[in-house]
Design a protein around this ligand. Structure first.
Ligand SMILES: Nc1ncnc2c1ncn2[C@@H]1O[C@H](COP(=O)(O)OP(=O)(O)OP(=O)(O)O)[C@@H](O)[C@H]1O
Length: 586
C-alpha cells in the first residue's frame, strides 16, 4: 500500500516533471553554494589569523567579504526560485486533481451519491486535495534538500574533522526516531480530524437545505445543540492533534541544540590540541547548523506525509470508484432521428443494494411508439423505480428493458438518454435564469423554442410576470418559484429537448387536475407524437391516457384503458373510487 501511495504521488507529479527537475536543479545549486560558503569563511578566518600575525593588508579579507555577499545573494535568489518552482508544482497537481475528481463524479451513478454524502465529497475535493498539494510541494522540496544537504555537506565535514562531525551529528538519528514514534499517533489523529470535519460539513449542508423545516418544527435549539456537539468533537480532535504536534516540534528543536553543545564542548579541546583550526571549527558549526533545517524538515515531511497519506486514500477512493453504469466497448449507436419510441420490459426485476425485497418484480409490458400510458399505484409500489430504470439511472440486468427492440444495456448511454426526456419527482432548478433552466438540455436553444416548450407546459404566461421575464434568476440566488411553477419549469425543460420518449414521474403533482389533463392532451396531439409515460397519483389525469398500468408491490397487477379498468373489481377501481370520494369531500 505504501508503495502504491508513492506510485500515486509519482503519477501526480509526472505531467510536471520538467518543472520538478528545474526546481531540484536549483536546490542542488543552493546546496552546493551552501557548502562552498563555509569553506570560504574557513579560509578567510584562517587568513585573518595570518594577517593579524604579519600585519599584512586587509585586501584579501575585503575581497572575501564581497565574494561572500555576492554568493549569499545568488543563493537567496536561487532558493526563492526553487521554492516557486516546486510549490508551483503542488498547485498544478491540486488543479489537476480537482478537475479529475469532478470529471469522475460526473461519470458515477446516482446510487453512489446516495451512499456518499455531499459534505464528505466536498471535503475530499477541497481539504484532502489541499493536503496532497502541501505534501507534494513540501515533500519534494525537503527530500531533495535533505539529500543534497547531507550528500554535499557530510563529506566536507568528515574531511575537516571526522571525529567532531560524528560526535555532533550523533543526535540526529534520534531526532528522526522520535518523529517516527509520533507518526502513527499523528496519522490516526489526522484521520479523526478529517472525519469530524466531514460530519460538520454534512450537518451544515443538510440544515441549510432544510432550513424551512427547522423553522416550521421550531427545531433551531436542537440543531444548534447538534452543531455544537459536532463542533466540540472537531475541536477536541484538533486539540489532540495540536498537542501531539506541539510536543514533537520542540523535542526536535531541543535535540538540534544538544548537537551544537556537543560540538562546542569537544571543539574547544580540539582547537587547544591543534587538531582543527579556528576557521575549520567555525565552518563545522555552520555546517551542523545547516543540517538542522533539512533534518527537521525531513521529520516534518514524515508527518506531512502521514497527513497526506490519509488524503491520498480518501481522494483515490473517489477516483477509483468504478462507474457501475457505463458504455460497453461495443455499445450500439442509436441516432436520435431513428428512434421510434417503442418501450418493452421483459421480466424486469430490481432490488436496491442492501434491500431485502424487490422494488420491481418480474415486470413485463409493451408500450407502442406515440402511446400515452399512465402508471398508477399506491405509495412505494415501484413506479419511480421503473421510471429510473428506463434511462438506466439504475443498474438493471441486461435483457430486461428494450427501446425499439434494442436491449438498453447494450445501447450507448448518451444515445439512450437523449432519446428519453425524464422529468423527475423533485423538480430541481439551477441558480440561473429561467431561460437557461428550460434550455438546460440544449444550452444554445433560441428564445422561440424556449417559449414554445414553456407554452406547452403552461408556464409561459406566468414567466411574463416575472421581474425580468425569461432572464429572471431563479433558485437559491434568485426568486423563489411556487411548487407548481417549479414543476412546470422542469416540464418545459423535458419538453424542449424534444425526445421521442417522455417520462413524467409524478411531475405534475403540484398542478391541478384540469391543467395536468390539458398538458397531457397537448402532448398527445400533433403529428409527431411522443411516447409518454405518465406516472401519477392524479387518477382523473391518468384516466385520459391511452392505456393504464396499475402497479402494486413492485408488480403490474392490472392494465387496460380507463373504461376497461374502472369496470373490473380490483386495485384500479378502488384507487379511482377513493379519489372520487376525496374530491367530493373537498
Ligand atoms: N434508493 C433506494 N434505496 C432503497 N430502497 C429504495 C430506494 N428508492 C426506493 N426504494 C424502495 O423501493 C420501493 C419502491 O419505491 P418507488 O419510489 O419506486 O415507489 P413509488 O411507487 O414511486 O412511490 P411514490 O408513489 O411514493 O413515489 C419502496 O419500497 C422504496 O422504499
Amino acid at each position: 500500500m505504501a508503495q502504491s501511495r508513492l506510485q500515486k504521488l509519482a503519477a501526480y507529479l509526472r505531467p510536471h516533471w520538467q518543472q520538478v527537475a528545474q526546481g531540484i536543479l536549483a536546490l542542488f545549486i543552493v546546496n552546493a553554494l551552501g557548502v562552498y560558503i563555509p569553506i570560504e569563511i574557513r579560509n578567510t578566518v584562517n587568513d585573518l589569523q595570518e594577517i593579524l600575525k604579519s600585519h599584512l593588508g586587509f585586501d584579501r579579507i575585503l575581497q572575501a567579504v564581497v565574494l561572500l555577499l555576492v554568493l549569499a545573494t545568488v543563493m537567496w535568489g536561487i532558493r526563492v526560485g526553487s521554492r516557486l518552482l516546486i510549490f508551483g508544482v503542488g498547485r498544478q497537481v491540486e488543479f489537476d486533481l480537482k478537475q479529475k475528481i469532478f470529471q469522475h463524479l460526473l461519470k458515477l451513478e446516482p446510487a453512489y451519491f446516495a451512499k456518499n454524502t455531499a459534505g464528505d465529497l466536498i471535503n475530499r475535493a477541497t481539504s484532502d486535495v489541499d493536503n496532497i498539494r502541501r505534501l507534494l510541494g513540501f515533500a519534494v522540496l525537503s527530500l531533495a534538500n535533505t539529500l543534497f544537504a547531507y550528500g554535499l555537506t557530510l563529506p566536507i565535514m568528515l574531511w575537516i574533522n571526522w571525529k567532531l562531525s560524528i560526535a555532533a551529528l550523533a543526535v540526529y538519528p534520534f531526532m528522526l526516531l522520535i518523529v517516527q514514534l509520533f507518526s502513527d499517533k499523528l496519522r490516526t489523529q489526522q484521520l479523526a480530524v478529517q472525519e469530524e470535519l466531514s460530519n460538520l460539513s454534512d450537518l451544515i449542508q443538510e440544515d441549510m437545505s432544510g432550513i424551512s423545516l427547522i423553522k416550521i418544527y421550531a427545531q433551531e435549539e436542537n440543531e444548534r445543540r447538534a452543531f455544537s456537539q459536532l463542533n466540540e468533537r472537531l475541536l477536541q480532535a484538533n486539540l489532540q492533534l495540536a498537542k501531539t504536534r506541539t510536543t514533537l516540534f520542540p523535542l526536535v528543536e531541543g535535540m538540534a541544540y544538544i548537537s551544537l553543545l556537543v560540538l562546542l564542548w569537544l571543539g574547544v579541546g580540539a582547537i587547544a590540541q591543534g587538531s582543527i583550526t579556528i576557521g575549520g571549527f567555525l565552518a563545522l558549526i555552520i555546517y551542523v547548523e545547516r543540517l538542522v533545517f533539512p533534518t527537521a524538515l525531513l521529520g516534518f515531511t514524515i508527518t506531512t506525509y502521514q497527513r497526506g497519506e490519509v488524503s491520498i486514500d480518501r481522494v483515490e477512493s473517489i477516483l477509483t470508484a468504478e462507474p457501475k453504469i457505463n458504455d460497453e466497448a461495443d455499445a450500439i449507436s442509436l441516432p436520435l432521428a431513428q428512434v421510434k419510441g417503442k418501450l418493452e420490459a421483459r421480466g424486469l426485476s430490481y432490488t436496491y443494494p442492501g434491500a431485502k425485497t424487490r422494488a420491481l418484480n418480474n415486470i413485463s409490458l409493451k408500450i407502442e411508439p406515440g402511446e400515452t400510458v399512465a402508471i398508477v399505484g399506491p405509495i412505494g409500489s415501484g413506479k419511480s423505480t421503473l421510471a429510473n430504470a428506463l434511462p438506466r439511472l439504475l443498474n438493471i440486468a441486461e435483457g430486461s428493458l428494450f427501446l425499439d427492440g434494442y436491449d438498453i444495456t447494450e445501447l450507448k448511454l448518451a444515445d439512450l438518454r437523449s432519446a428519453i426526456a425524464y422529468v423527475p419527482q423533485e423538480s430541481f432548478l439551477f441558480s440561473t435564469t429561467i431561460k437557461n433552466n428550460i434550455r438546460y438540455g440544449d444550452p444554445v436553444a433560441e428564445q422561440p423554442i424556449v417559449e414554445h416548450s414553456a407554452k406547452q407546459a403552461q408556464i409561459h404566461q406566468e414567466i411574463l410576470y416575472f421581474p425580468q421575464q425569461y432572464e429572471t434568476i431563479v433558485g437559491e440566488r434568485g426568486i423563489t418559484l411556487s411548487g407548481g411553477q417549479r414543476q412546470r419549469s422542469a416540464l418545459s425543460r423535458g419538453l424542449l429537448v424534444d425526445a421521442p420518449v417522455l417520462i413524467l414521474d409524478d411531475a405534475l403533482s403540484s398542478v391541478d387536475n384540469q391543467t395536468a389533463t390539458a398538458i397531457l392532451s397537448n402532448l398527445s396531439t400533433g403529428t409527431e407524437r411522443k411516447t409518454v409515460v405518465f406516472i401519477s397519483h392524479q387518477m382523473s389525469a391518468a384516466a385520459s391516457c391511452d392505456r393504464i398500468f396499475v402497479m402494486d408491490k413492485g408488480e403490474i397487477v392490472q392494465s387496460g384503458t380507463h373504461a376497461e379498468l374502472v369496470q373490473q373489481k380490483g386495485l384500479y377501481q378502488s384507487l379511482w373510487n377513493q379519489q372520487k370520494l376525496e374530491e367530493l369531500l373537498r
